[in-house]
Design a protein around this ligand. Structure first.
Ligand code: G6P
Length: 606
């Protein structure tokens, strides 16, 4: 939920840290701070609010000279977003500064213990116990102090630490929160995410849980929890630095919506060869398929809705029952999962705390686990038996778009792949043609709807928006409503169209907008009846459908279109006009589209 960054080298550290924090701001943005070491003194600057405030307060970093430092951008958990609670936190003796992403679960007892020992607390955060523990355990050896401190901590943490006794050196510690080292020439870095590193270096080391690193300008050493040095592989980040920039778009979200044809192509193309679906990464899954009696999909947020959309293709093609469960519910539900269950875990970031916990719970019950993940080397990817990467590239806007569509594209291919290996797939060539056409169809869905900004002007001041649909349309309605509420703050809810009469219809009054998804021919007539029902009670209906669907076109007040596509595979197309509508409504309402209030992209707390 927070972002941390560290630098040591020959450049002035503060501007490098500020630049890194801007790239990580999507992870949290209610307060921020940096600590820079010059010789043996540590200077700290903290602000409430955005990184822009920190740039202003530090005069773009000039106010804090020095070539070694650490930085933090916060999404408050313990303590309000104030300057006192912002990181870095300093030890009472001023020799240590710490930045932290994660949650220290036993901080209350540690805090009491430290207060009893005479330590003075300046903030309400869980983090502050860490810096006091380091001070307490430091006897001239930082490695020792970090090991002793880590042994006292329960919870999740990625830490960045500096010590005034060790000029030019930064420490990075990882336990259940992402942390990546960037390896440069005469300079080295750490960060919560590669996006903060790629403008400096493509050579990275993914730290694993229990590991920590001692980082100097010209060397990086990694140790395990017992202090044994370990050799780590240096990986290359393949994507281009421009992928993490706005590329001329007003917002990352718009750029990422527009990138969807390319992102879905990058996800689908390598997995289709000569009319066949091929997953090299899943070859060892094939022998297990015979034993799969149930598939459970688990995830949070939009990834959960991607699961809801993918369920239809999996059940239809594989004839295996599929349950889709919120990870935050599944983890506490003592789920009926065993060796005969294939659990599919979906996560763009691969770091969502509830998703990780659900994955561990399912593994402990003997289930086989398959992860669909975007961020290479993330925790979910490293825990699952098999990982399929969505090659969406970096997603910066807090509200996911291309992350979601590429997840569904993988589920479609997975459905075809499993069905094929169970001997159930007919006409694979036609199906792969449909999958290969998805990027083109997404582009058409973008091009077919020039009226979206005007529709946004019409609907942006509504009190509430209702999204309705059935079957696959309902799954997309859920994500459409989520997108709208996340970024425009307009109250939006999705309902299964058939359920309207059981309550929601009571909310329909004169001019109430209803967004009706009608892209599934087999149940079109049914949704049409629901449209007529709400219209006769005064609703204004914005229908999302095909141009050729005359009945819907003639009855709706406003229209969004998608090109004709098999409903089993239409979710990735249908969502696109709804993403654009949410974007333009949010723009009309003057919202901070890429960083909506109270949200964070990577939810690393329960
Ligand atoms: C946050 C993001 C959502 C995302 C969800 C799950 O709420 O804002 O866009 O769908 O987390 O994240 P994950 O990284 O696990 O897909």
């Amino acid at each position: 939920m927070c972002g941390i960054v560290g630098y040591t080298g020959t450049q002035e550290a503060a501007p490098v840290l500020l630049d890194g924090l801007k790239k990580l701001e999507y992870r949290g943005y209610d307060s921020a701070g940096i600590a820079v070491m010059e010789g043996r003194s540590i200077a700290i600057c903290k602000v409430k609010g955005r990184i822009a405030n920190l740039c202003e307060k530090t005069k773009d970093g000039e106010a804090l000279p020095g070539t070694t430092g650490i930085g933090h951008t916060r999404w408050a958990t313990h303590g309000a977003p104030t300057e006192e609670n912002a990181h870095p936190h300093l030890s009472n003796d001023g020799r240590f500064a710490v930045v932290h992403n994660g949650i220290i679960e036993n901080y209350m007892s540690l805090r009491d213990e430290l207060i009893r020992s005479g330590y003075r607390f300046e903030s309400e955060t869980d983090t502050e116990v860490i810096v006091h523990l380091i001070e307490r355990y430091y006897k001239g050896n930082m490695r020792d102090a970090l090991i002793k401190t880590s042994n006292r901590l329960q919870g999740s943490y990625a830490l960045g630490v500096i010590c005034s006794e060790e000029p030019g050196r930064i420490y990075a510690v990882r336990e259940a929160s992402p942390l990546i080292l960037g390896i440069g020439v005469g300079e080295n870095f750490f960060a919560s995410d590669v996006t903060a590193l790629v403008s400096h270096t493509r050579s990275v080391i993914y730290l694993e849980d229990g590991e920590f690193a001692e980082i100097d300008a010209d060397s990086v050493r990694v140790f395990d929890g017992a202090g044994q040095e370990i050799r780590k592989k240096i990986s290359r980040v393949l994507w281009d630095v421009r992928a993490a920039e706005k590329g001329g778009h007003e917002h990352f979200m718009l750029k990422e919506i527009m990138e969807q044809p390319g992102a879905v192509r990058a996800t689908v193309a390598p997995r289709i060869r000569n009319g066949e679906v091929v997953f090299e990464e899943l070859e060892t899954l094939i022998p297990h398929l015979e034993n799969v009696r149930k598939i459970v999909i688990t995830a949070c947020g939009s990834a959960y809705y991607a699961g809801c959309a993918g369920k239809y293709a999996l059940e239809r093609l594989c004839r295996i029952p599929v349950e889709v469960e919120l990870a935050s519910e599944l983890r506490y539900s003592d789920p009926l999962i065993d060796e005969g269950t294939l659990v599919i875990v979906i996560s763009q970031s691969g770091e969502t705390a509830d998703t990780i916990a659900a994955l561990k719970e399912c593994r402990s019950k003997g289930a086989k686990t398959l992860a669909i993940v975007n961020v290479v080397g993330s925790t979910v990817a490293s825990l699952a038996d098999w990982t399929v990467y969505t090659w969406a590239g970096p997603e910066i806007a807090v509200a996911t778009t291309k992350g979601y569509t590429t997840q569904i594209a993988v589920l479609y291919m997975l459905a075809a792949y499993i069905a094929k290996h169970l001997g159930l797939l007919q006409n694979e060539a036609a199906l792969t043609d449909t999958l290969q056409a998805l990027p083109r169809r997404i582009q058409q869905a973008i091009d077919m709807n020039p009226s979206i900004p005007a529709l946004a002007r019409k609907y942006h001041a509504s009190k509430a928006l209702f999204f309705i649909g059935r079957n696959t349309d309902y799954a997309v309605a859920l994500e459409g409503a989520l997108k709208m509420k996340e970024i425009s703050y307009l109250h939006s809810e999705a309902y299964a169209a058939g359920e309207l009469k059981h309550g929601t219809i009571a909310l329909i009054e004169e001019h109430q907008p209803v967004i009706a998804l009608c892209c599934n021919a087999s149940i079109m007539e049914k949704t049409l009846s629901n449209i007529v029902e709400v219209k006769s009670r005064g609703a204004e209906v914005l229908a999302l459908t095909f141009r050729s669907n005359r009945q819907i076109v003639s009855v709706a007040d406003d229209l969004l279109f998608i090109p004709p596509v098999d409903p089993l595979f239409s979710a990735v197309i249908e969502i696109v006009p709804l993403q654009l509508l949410a974007y333009h409504v949010a723009r009309e309402n003057g919202c901070d589209i890429d960083k909506p209030k109270n949200l964070a992209k990577s939810v690393t707390v329960e």
